[in-house]
Design a binder for this molecule. Structure first.
Ligand SMILES: NC(=O)c1ccc[n+]([C@@H]2O[C@H](COP(=O)([O-])OP(=O)(O)OC[C@H]3O[C@@H](n4cnc5c(N)ncnc54)[C@H](OP(=O)(O)O)[C@@H]3O)[C@@H](O)[C@H]2O)c1
Length: 373
């Protein structure tokens, strides 16, 4: 018995001393700045991987997943915020003192500089699906991205990772996408080794993609006959890929298109949502000019609605352009068909519980993988 306890003590001591030892690979000297990054501890949340990272846009949807990943791996994460309430949930994602909130304003350079000054990596996730009276698409996607890239160069930041969007194109009919492309160009011209990330529509627990389609309940507007092809990607996959980019020297100066495992039309996605939720989603195809007009009128409301520019985006097929993908990070995207139930279950009608048990076949024909049943 005593011998067993001693053995356990010894192995614990051995593990502790191993965790406290330093190895050559625990020390990285930045070739760009000469700065040293020193790892301490056995790895994980309570150790330090030596990185100090700033995540602009951390209070958004992707931001919370990325901050969680970075902090879980022992990075110090600076979380710039506008509204204190929006960043509170981020504080508990890292060990004590590892998450450092800093108040910023995009038009106050000193505040941005303070958030960048100590970091070796800056992620720029700033973005908006709609314009406000204070900030246009260009203000957020181009001007702010340029300022952050400039300040990062000034303060010898090692890596700059810029989040753009799938289908970003200077000539796009969508101003969201054309400004995203301008932002990419500007960032590259200022910070040539920047990594550009273009995610497709992201889905997850708090998304504005599946949830919006499911919430349209009685009436869902189909644009383009529901024929636009998209490749929705799981937000956790995008955050995981961006976390990997922190260490991956093969991602420097590259562009990544992060898309889901399969292509769907909006019509197929609605069918999928209907099968899972049992919602009676009616579908009306609305011609684009009418939809844009309705969206413009709805945009006068004081709360966020479907923007006119989002109608434009709903007309554009996701097209891969041959740049790097998940495969280059040795990752496989999660299947929407296998995991969609997690995000859609909450939309199920109470009628679902009254139905007899189904045996793997939904409705008349089985169109999707049945593991979500
Ligand atoms: N979600 C998608 O499906 C999708 C698809 C393709 C590309 N993207 C891009 O991926 C990035 C992250 O997406 P997301 O869904 O996480 O976006 P999100 O939830 O809308 O979050 C956007 C973030 O940007 C910040 N931001 C926006 N305007 C700002 C301003 N004027 N001043 C200061 N901060 C501002 C927001 O801060 P506040 O919280 O203070 O507002 C928030 O932290 C964005 O660049 C987005 O354009 C997203």
């Amino acid at each position: 018995m005593i011998a067993g306890i001693n053995l356990a003590k010894q192995s614990k001591q051995a593990a502790v001393s191993l965790a406290q030892k330093r190895f050559a690979h625990d020390l990285i000297v930045s070739p760009k700045t000469g700065r040293t990054i020193i790892k301490t501890g056995a790895g994980g949340r309570s150790s330090s991987n030596g990185h100090v990272v700033t995540v602009f846009g951390c209070t958004g949807f992707l931001g919370r997943y990325l901050v969680n990943r970075l902090a879980r791996d022992g990075a110090h994460v600076i979380v710039p915020y506008r509204d204190e309430d929006d960043m509170r949930h981020l504080k508990v994602m890292g060990d004590l003192g590892k998450i450092v909130p800093m108040e910023i304003h995009l038009r106050n350079k000193e505040s941005l500089e303070a958030a960048i000054r100590h970091s070796d990596t800056v992620y720029n996730l700033l973005g908006r699906d709609y314009e406000t009276k204070n900030f246009s698409f260009a203000d957020v996607h181009v001007e702010a991205a340029g300022v952050l890239a400039e300040l990062s160069q000034k303060h010898d930041v090692e890596r700059f990772i810029q989040v753009s969007a799938m289908n970003a194109d200077i000539d796009s009919a969508s101003r969201f996408l054309s400004t995203k492309a301008q932002g990419e160009e500007l960032v590259r011209s200022i910070f040539p080794s920047a990594t550009i990330v273009r995610p497709s529509f992201m889905y997850g627990q708090e998304d504005r993609f599946l949830a919006r389609l499911a919430m349209s309940r009685g009436l869902s507007i189909r644009i383009n006959g529901g024929n636009t092809k998209v490749r929705p990607v799981n937000v956790s996959d995008v955050a995981g890929a961006m976390n990997k980019m922190l260490e991956g020297s093969n991602t420097v100066g590259e562009t990544f298109e992060l898309v889901g495992d399969k292509e769907y039309t909006y019509r197929e996605l609605l069918d999928f949502i209907k099968e899972i939720t049992n919602l009676d989603i009616g579908d009306v195809n609305v011609p684009k000019p009418v939809a844009s007009l309705i969206a413009k009128a709805m945009n006068l409301l004081p709360w966020q609605t479907l923007g006119a520019d989002e109608i434009e985006r709903m007309m554009i097929d996701d097209k891969l352009t041959g740049v790097k993908t998940f495969a280059d990070l040795e990752m496989e995207p999660t299947s929407l068909e296998l995991t969609g139930i997690q995000y859609l279950r909450r939309f199920r009608t109470n009628l679902y519980s009254d139905e007899p048990l189904k045996k793997g076949v939904v409705g008349k024909k089985k169109t999707f993988h049945t593991s979500y049943l």
